[in-house]
Write a protein that binds this ligand. Structure first.
Ligand SMILES: *Cc1c(COP(=O)(O)O)cnc(C)c1O
Length: 363
């Protein structure tokens, strides 16, 4: 309601947040739609584009390491008659851009690639991908949930047509997200998934979550200001962690490339150690995730680690470290100590490890 002062104040706050998010990704504020998070943004972008451009073609391209909210959205579209190609990645997490080029065909309407992976922190060459897609007239959706605030994202310069974001991955509130949709050259049209009032250009109707949106805007404002030095700090902490653990534990492998990787991400597999057992051994001291927070409840190893071609024992032994703004060197040292001690202890109880190290013959 804008008919009274409180309504106007809320609208002003929402407009400010729209500017704050837009500034961080170099977008026009009018091209920003607020949502409940990246899951909704991914659904709205991918389904919205697919339904809108169905007459033009039914082919979509994405990648096997995308977030589940992208993969399951694509799987649903497949059931509805769309054709989806899931590009593989190599052992380090890299996409083959030549293969992307070859996969595009006359019916391709959309491609969706994340800016950075949530499990292994791998950064895709977004500008190069966008250029390939643009030259073939294919729209480009980017799930930038992990990249925003960690690497520079410029939707204009990079050529991103639609972009998803979730505030809580950047110290903002949970249940608050955004979708950028380009309104010029080309104008990206989507079919809304909900019917209702005219909010957000009627593309995402319903009364806005003002407090969540204000929090999202504030998180973006802070990230915009802090990103450069924060990334250097996170990088130094992550390297302290990596060297600290890997210098004291043998047969620890890093999952994903160390080159094109978010500064705050480390993903390690410890041979002869099961990740869930390791996590319960350190859970009183450290908050960590097994390979993927989404799959850790099931016994299936992460789809990302599988996509890298990890043998299943290593995929089951993977731990993901996600560092954040408020982590300190002391905390990193505590984590190193806890992990190193726990891995050594668990291995001392592992017959396989003992056999390997001491060459004892069983039976
Ligand atoms: C967390 C995450 C999502 C989902 O965000 P929600 O806030 O749960 O909707 C989507 N994509 C990536 C890359 C993520 O890291």
């Amino acid at each position: 309601g804008r008919s009274h002062a409180y309504g106007w104040q809320a609208e002003e706050l929402v407009d400010k947040a729209r500017e704050q998010f837009a500034r961080l990704i170099h977008a026009d504020a009018k091209d920003v739609i607020f949502t409940s998070g990246a899951t909704e943004s991914n659904n709205l972008a991918i389904k919205g584009i697919a339904y809108q451009y169905r007459e033009k073609g039914n082919h979509i391209i994405t990648c096997v390491t995308e977030h589940k909210s992208v993969l399951t959205t694509c799987a649903r579209l497949e059931k509805e008659g769309f054709e989806v190609d899931y590009l593989p990645v190599d052992r380090q997490g890299y996409l083959d851009l030549e293969r992307l080029k070859k996969t595009i065909k006359g019916t391709t309407i959309l491609a969706s690639f994340m800016s950075a992976n949530n499990e292994i922190g791998h950064i895709h060459p977004i500008a190069q991908i966008a250029q390939i897609l643009k030259s073939k007239g294919v729209l480009f959706h980017c799930d930038a949930t992990q990249g925003i605030g960690k690497i520079p994202i410029d939707v204009q310069e990079m050529g991103i047509d639609a972009l998803s974001f979730s505030a809580h991955k950047l110290h903002g509130p949970k249940g608050s997200g955004a979708l950028y949709l380009r309104s010029q050259n080309p104008r990206v049209k989507i079919k809304p998934l909900m019917d209702g009032g005219g909010q957000e250009h009627a593309l995402r109707p319903g009364t806005l979550n003002v407090s969540g949106i204000v929090g999202l805007g504030a998180a973006c404002e802070i990230a915009h200001r802090e990103m450069d030095w924060e990334v250097k700090r996170l990088y130094a902490l992550r390297e302290r962690l990596r060297v600290g653990i890997c210098s004291q534990v043998d047969e620890a492998t890093i999952n994903g490339s160390m080159d094109d990787r978010l500064a705050n991400n480390l993903n390690l597999s410890f041979a002869y150690v099961d990740a869930d057992t390791l996590l319960s051994a350190v859970q009183e001291d450290v908050a960590l995730s097994a390979g993927s927070s989404c799959t850790s409840a099931s016994l299936e190893p992460s789809h990302v680690l599988k996509a890298l071609g990890l043998p299943s024992d290593l995929a089951h032994g993977s731990i993901r470290f996600g560092l954040h703004r408020f982590n300190t060197e002391e905390e990193i040292d505590t984590v190193i100590l806890c992990i190193v001690n726990a891995v050594k202890k668990l291995r001392s109880l592992s017959p396989l490890y003992i056999v390997k190290k001491e060459g004892i013959k069983i039976g």
